[in-house]
Design a protein around this ligand. Structure first.
Ligand SMILES: *Cc1c(COP(=O)(O)O)cnc(C)c1O
Length: 223
């Protein structure tokens, strides 16, 4: 399928499920030329998971309206390099990292929109906070004034069992509800959940942002 048709298909899936979710086109391991092709179809937000790749691949000044979300694990020693390059960090998964981002933003007099990444699949290989640790650190996290906490991100389990996938997304919704109770002034609106294989399930469970790579760009070549 042509890029434009794929984007239209995903957009119509979003609408069909009665949802207003934002589409993040995950462009990791694809060239800037391929990204431009998708941008030219009207797609504005792109997701990348590695700092080095962001620094090497994108021009100093992004084209009009193009936005980058960091969706991969971030090491504290790379925070200062990436902070001015991205519009959101979706993968905040420790107090140490949150503090580092907060400190760098303070220095630059900026505020960074962030999501807390939660491991809802129980798969050890997956990154993200486990729920218990997250709630233990939550009050300290919410004290960091140069972070604009928008909500949560999760990666669903790699499974054909729809029930498991659904449960994982429901766990993220429950965490959102719990946080709203604890911090009534905060809306924690963003639920970033759903990828190429499971975005329809995620939308049904209330996702407000889907991160789609393969369905848009094709298979990634890691060679
Ligand atoms: C790679 C990646 C995606 C996109 O996955 P696809 O299966 O290619 O759609 C989404 N979220 C994160 C965090 C990723 O690393």
């Amino acid at each position: 399928m042509k890029k434009n048709d794929v984007l239209m298909k995903i957009k119509s899936d979003i609408e069909e499920l009665g949802n207003k979710a934002e589409l993040v086109a995950v462009s990791k391991n694809h060239t800037y030329k391929e990204i431009e092709e998708v941008y030219d179809c009207g797609q504005k937000v792109f997701g990348e998971n590695r700092v080095q790749e962001i620094l090497e691949k994108f021009p100093e000044k992004l084209p009009e309206g193009m936005k980058l979300h960091l969706i991969g694990h971030l090491q504290t020693n790379k925070v200062s390099k990436v902070i001015s390059k991205v519009n959101m960090i979706e993968s905040v998964d420790s107090l140490k990292l949150a503090k580092k981002i907060n400190d760098e933003c303070k220095k630059n007099n900026t505020v960074m929109p962030i999501l807390f990444e939660i491991n809802t699949s129980g798969e050890e290989s997956k990154t993200g906070y486990d729920e218990k640790t997250f709630f233990q650190e939550l009050h300290k996290l919410m004290d960091l004034t140069n972070l604009d906490v928008r909500g949560f991100m999760t990666i669903g389990p790699l499974s054909d069992d729809e029930k498991k996938v659904r449960e994982s997304f429901r766990q993220l919704v429950n965490i959102q509800l719990e946080c709203r109770k604890l911090f009534p002034d905060q809306s924690f609106d963003t639920l970033s959940m759903g990828m190429s294989a499971d975005y329809k399930i995620a939308l049904e469970e209330g996702s407000t942002e889907i991160r789609v790579g393969t369905a848009i760009f094709g298979k990634r070549n890691y060679a």
